[in-house]
Design a binder for this molecule. Structure first.
Ligand code: C2O
Ligand code: CU
Length: 467
């Protein structure tokens, strides 16, 4: 089965909004796609690893001419990629060298809240440090680290803070996928920015419905190209934009295969030519350049804006094929007594709310017992003609999608998810179980909506501990 269009229905794509800014083609020379280096552990053994993550100010050559002032994690922009292995214990020192407080949120990691998870309750002050510790107990996947101070998440991400996190395990490592980092296993952080004399000006570009930029920035590179040296290339796509949905497709209708969603490998690969990712979502795809000749350029686009040019080199052709089944995923079981919770995202502009309330750090909005499966009906009650897609995200867990407006989920939604686009006038039914305790956020991942208050919190209770 090969799908040839986006699964989402028009016309609620964000380009429908009155203040939509399309991506432009940059008139500067091509730049080699930046590949963030891997974060080097301070200490590493079979069972334990120590990392230090520093959020810092810096300068980055993004456009020709003056460098841009940017923020990053152990880097001037974005961050070094953090590798985690399932079963291992991590001690992480978080250091803040920024002029303001920040937090370190592990988007996609099942770690306890709120301190380790790094939501708004876990500030690290300027010149401050914080120690956290967790054991990774979840499938191989692509997650990310980003700031989450309320209400400055959007601005801090805009300035550059975002790092990719790659979780490895021995199930994924048995699958015939490319996994040589930077060679055939490539991080692709999708963002957009506007520049004013080569500098960012968040307040000038600010949009309460999500700040958009006219320039696509891939791993911090404008007008990027990548030298293809192997027949198959695995792309770890992360929509790290404040608001923009990326509608991805290759030139020449090159098909590609999605192998993983937010929380890990999919049960079956999905072959298609178009993929939409909303803010915060990840997808791992494999592009197969078989039959393409050296010198050819295959362009990855969002709508009709080029993002990365893949320059086909001289690779040895192989007879690799994609397995039909990838991984077994146990479906979360609902019973007659399963609690059905409703969560409603409403409003736009200054009026965004969850369940008719704006975020209050001192209010717990829901409670759930650790280990219990609940069904959440997550609705977006924006009007169908001029609403937005709100990407709904829950901290501290991966959920399963059961239905969209009563219909089956999209074919690439049968694996684990932590962020899901909810269309206007749509209810997405998900099965949610937490395996770690604490207070966690759930919110719209349009960062300006989150900062404006389209966020709520759940307390996950470990019953054994309470006794
Ligand atoms: Cu990606 Cu609450 O965050
Ligand atoms: Cu929203």
């Amino acid at each position: 089965n090969r799908y040839t269009d986006y699964f989402f229905d028009d016309p609620v794509f964000d380009r429908a909004g009155i203040d939509y800014i399309p991506l432009e083609k940059v008139k500067s020379p091509q730049n080699k796609l930046a590949i963030p280096p891997l974060l080097i552990p301070d200490f590493d053994s079979e069972l334990q690893t120590r990392y230090t993550i520093v959020s810092q100010e810096g300068e980055t050559q993004i456009l020709p001419g003056e460098k841009t002032k940017t923020w990053g994690y152990n880097a001037s922009l974005l961050g070094t990629t953090i590798i985690l292995e399932r079963g291992k214990n991590y001690s992480v020192t978080l250091k803040n060298e920024l002029p303001e407080l920040t937090t370190y949120h592990w988007h996609g990691l099942n770690v306890s809240g709120p301190e380790t998870d790094g939501g708004p309750h876990a500030p690290v002050y300027p010149k401050g440090t914080q120690e956290i510790e967790f054991t990774v107990d979840q499938p191989a996947s692509t997650a990310w680290l980003h700031p989450h101070p309320c209400p400055n998440t959007a601005e801090q991400v805009w300035k550059g803070l975002a790092a990719m996190v790659i979780i490895k395990d021995d199930q994924e490592s048995k699958l015939p996928f490319p996994r040589e980092y930077g060679v055939d296993d490539i991080p692709i952080v999708l963002q957009d920015r506007s520049y004013h004399d080569n500098q960012l000006d968040y307040h000038k570009d600010y949009n309460v419905d999500g700040t958009l930029g006219n320039i696509p920035l891939i791993n911090g590179t404008v007008n990027a190209y990548f030298d293809v040296t192997t027949q198959q290339v695995r792309l770890r796509l992360l929509n790290g934009a404040n608001r923009r949905e990326f509608r991805l497709h290759f030139s020449k209708e090159l098909p590609f295969t999605q192998i993983a969603s937010d929380g890990g490998i999919l049960p079956e690969p999905i072959l298609f030519t178009h993929l939409m990712l909303t803010a915060g979502e990840r997808a791992e795809i494999i592009a197969d350049f078989k039959g393409r000749s050296a010198g050819e350029e295959i362009i990855l686009y969002s709508d009709d804006s080029p993002l990365v040019a893949f320059k086909v080199g001289d690779f040895k052709e192989n007879d690799w094929y994609m397995p039909e089944k990838l991984i077994e995923i146990q479906r979360l079981q609902a019973t007659d007594s399963t609690v059905i919770e409703e969560t409603v995202m409403s409003g736009m502009r200054d009026f965004v709310k969850i369940d008719d309330q704006i975020f209050d750090m001192k209010r717990i909005d829901k409670q759930q017992t650790m280990g219990e499966t609940q069904i959440w009906d997550v609705s977006n009650i924006n009007p169908a003609d001029k609403g937005m897609i709100h990407p709904f995200h829950i901290h501290g867990t991966q959920f399963q999608v059961l239905s969209r407006n009563g219909r089956p989920p999209y074919p690439n939604e049968l694996g684990w998810k932590d962020t899901i686009g909810v269309n206007a006038q749509e209810t997405v039914r998900i099965a949610v179980r937490f395996d770690v305790p604490g207070v966690f956020m759930y919110h719209c991942h349009i960062l300006e909506h989150e900062d404006t208050g389209m966020m709520a919190q759940i307390e996950v209770i470990d019953v054994k501990e309470k006794r």
